[in-house]
Design a protein around this ligand. Structure first.
Ligand code: 6R9
Length: 654
């Protein structure tokens, strides 16, 4: 990266020191870093004290078989007991665990005592089906309480769950069910999406045709949609589960007992089944949820807007918050159903104090306009979080100003399905935050930015993000593929024993970490390394741009040329903004923000951007358009018609 780019970028970054009153009450203190540095294992041992262990561990970490870690060796615990029963035993049975809000407007408040009964009934039901510890259960459900109850019932019985996002195709579900050889699938008749009931069970039947491993399908009634039925295989939740006893005695499992598999896409076509285990995972999920969100049990109302089909839903809806006795909002639907103020209406109603979402949604809120949140009382919000992709400074500042009243600290949390829990993030009340930077590895975590030779780069320089020390919530492997686990994460910097995250990053002059997107998203223009994210940030900082996606398209002279796709803000007339002068102004704006080398070769105005179901922009498809190729496989897009809209718009426009 050229110094010109860096200095421009840094000149842009303000820093927001913590508010004194916030700092005075914060869970985290600067001393945590020293404590962890002094003795990492001792630090994690004390964090594990957040949990109830039936048997204490004899060793904190066994790294002798690296890269296969064992944490809290010999310890035994029940994950569901820790997330539910324990709070009831401690006298908090009447506290609301979940304020559930259905998309059509129905709602349920579930206390910890009720959750204990629900999970016990579900556990009794699963046991009655003959499932044994270690068996795999696939779960494809909308965001309804039964989704969380199912996961916890599995955890309670030592069954390994594999949650598959509700929007995935039958083929995607089938490959996951087969890979894990799941014996049971839990699903629903249908799901509400944008005000309509869409079928779900029908897809499941298509997916499971001829499956060798699946013995039973347990179906929750949600939309009252008519469903195909296979006698002897299919069972209604309300018939099997509701009839069970609400008492169930949990059994303790080994700290390394497999808790879940979660599939994530890799560079090849076959998804990787990321394996997580129990004691270390729950320790880090609980610790990070406590210090990163400054969560106070019994006081805060917490809301993570992710879907349980993603790792964020696992660690920051189910395991972390429930282990910490959170009261949380769980919302079933889309943010603009029935209107664009839905999230703020929910924040106002439940007095949400901690809100955790993704940059793509923040940019969508920007597109809808600040007048929408302004119509609601958001004064309860005191901590805001971001996850999933780099957050551009413009969106960060908008979030702080319009949602956080200019004062709520923003935590930009970097982590992955593989890391299991948050790794790099500011600590609210401790860190002076910088818009666009995830800043520092958390106490107990070690992250570095290195060059090709694994040498740490200087402040002001960029390279690859690596994790050079094992951490409790780290993946324990790829399900059924030991070699792929070693190759994907541990071969690039094998001599140094570092985990390669696949992300580019840089240190600023203060040594703070800025994530630059996946390494394959870093462009090389005339020998200059430029991140797609930086150019996107520059574009979005222009008043007429709502959202931007940037790709490096091959270029005869410069190696790669920068091609940008932009969505305009609602108030900008497309004809005007798409005009030659307006495009030239945008190109110059980028040149001004980052430097002339970052000036896009081409800017195209489009109505939508192609995104995966977890909200990540599929740059591969945009690269196809930019390089005038036929557009590749669109099956993992949330909306497969988007590429058609983009191509049609470009043909009409120019
Ligand atoms: C939790 C989650 C992981 C990838 C990761 C990185 C990107 C996530 C980020 C971020 C910059 C952040 N990512 N959080 N990039 N800043 N705060 O999203 O897991 O779906 O496995 O994605 O997402 O590229 O490598 P997952």
């Amino acid at each position: 990266m050229s110094n010109e780019v860096l200095s421009n970028l840094m000149g842009e970054s303000d820093s927001f020191p913590p508010d004194q009153d916030f700092a005075a009450q914060a869970n985290a203190t600067a001393a945590l870093y020293d404590e962890a540095d002094a003795d990492r294992e001792e630090f994690w041992a004390s964090q594990a004290g957040r949990l109830h262990w039936d048997t204490n561990w004899s060793q904190v970490l066994d790294w002798s078989d690296a890269p296969f870690a064992k944490w809290f060796v010999g310890g035994r615990l029940n994950v569901a007991y820790n997330c539910v029963d324990r709070h009831v035993d401690d006298g908090h049975g009447d506290q609301v665990a979940i304020h559930w809000v259905g998309e059509p407007g129905d709602s349920r408040d579930i206390t910890y005592a009720q959750l204990k009964t629900d999970v016990s009934k579900a556990a009794n039901a699963l046991e009655s089906l003959g499932l044994r510890p270690g068996d795999r259960v696939a779960i494809q459900l909308p965001m309804i309480p039964e989704a969380i109850v199912s996961m916890l019932a599995c955890a309670r019985l030592g069954l390994t769950h594999s949650v598959v996002f509700g929007g995935f195709s039958p083929a995607a579900l089938r490959s996951r069910v087969d890979d894990a050889a799941a014996r049971l699938v839990i699903t629903s008749d249908g799901q509400y999406r944008r005000g309509k009931a869409a079928p779900m069970k029908e897809n499941i039947d298509e997916a499971l045709a001829g499956s060798e491993s699946v013995e039973k399908v347990l179906v929750v009634k949600r939309t009252d949609t008519e469903v195909p039925w296979t006698e002897g295989r299919d069972l209604w939740w309300h018939e099997l589960v509701d009839a069970q006893s609400g008492e169930h005695t949990p059994q303790a499992f080994d700290s390394e007992h497999p808790l879940f598999i979660l599939y994530t896409s890799g560079t090849t076509g076959k998804p990787k089944g990321i394996l997580h285990t129990s004691g270390g995972y729950l320790t880090q999920a609980a610790y990070t949820h406590n210090v990163v969100f400054d969560h106070k049990p019994g006081k805060d109302v917490y809301w993570c807007t992710a879907d349980i089909g993603w790792v964020t839903g696992h660690s920051y809806i189910v395991y972390g918050p429930l282990a910490n006795r959170a009261t949380q909002v769980v919302y079933e639907g889309t943010p603009n159903t029935p209107h664009e103020g839905r999230h703020w209406e929910i924040v106002q109603k439940y007095k949400v104090s901690i809100y955790y979402t993704a940059p793509t949604l923040i940019r969508t809120f920007m597109k809808w306009g600040a007048q929408i949140p302004q119509g609601y009382d958001l004064s309860s919000l005191r901590v805001l979080g971001s996850v999933g992709e780099p957050i551009n400074p413009e969106a960060w500042l908008w979030y702080r100003e319009n949602i956080g009243a200019g004062k709520a600290p923003i935590v930009d949390t970097w982590w992955q399905t593989e890391t299991g829990a948050i790794m790099i993030s500011p600590l609210p009340g401790v860190t002076a935050t910088k818009p666009g930077s995830a800043q520092k590895a958390l106490p107990g975590i070690s992250a570095k930015v290195v060059d090709e030779t694994a040498t740490e780069v200087a402040h002001g320089s960029g390279g690859y993000l690596v994790l050079d020390k094992p951490w409790p919530a780290m993946l324990r492997g790829i399900w059924g593929d030991e070699q792929r686990f070693r190759d994907t994460y541990w071969s690039r910097f094998a001599d140094e024993g570092c985990y390669f995250a696949g992300d580019g990053a840089k240190y600023d002059a203060d040594g703070d970490i800025w994530l630059l997107g996946r390494v394959d998203d870093v462009m090389n223009v005339s020998g200059h390394r430029i991140s797609t994210t930086e150019v996107e940030s520059a574009l979005v900082s222009h008043p007429s741009v709502a959202e931007a996606a940037v790709v490096g398209a091959s270029d005869e002279t410069t190696g790669q040329g920068i091609v940008a796709f932009v969505i305009l803000r609602g108030n900008v007339v497309a004809d005007e903004a798409g005009s030659e002068e307006a495009i030239a102004a945008l190109r110059n704006h980028v040149a001004k923000e980052i430097g002339p080398i970052a000036k896009p070769r081409q800017i195209m105005v489009v109505p939508e951007l192609p995104k995966t179901r977890s909200g990540k922009i599929m740059r591969r498809l945009l690269r196809d358009v930019a390089e005038n190729r036929e557009v590749g496989d669109v099956t993992t897009l949330a909306d497969s018609s988007v590429m058609g809209l983009i191509s049609a718009g470009l043909k009409d426009g120019k």
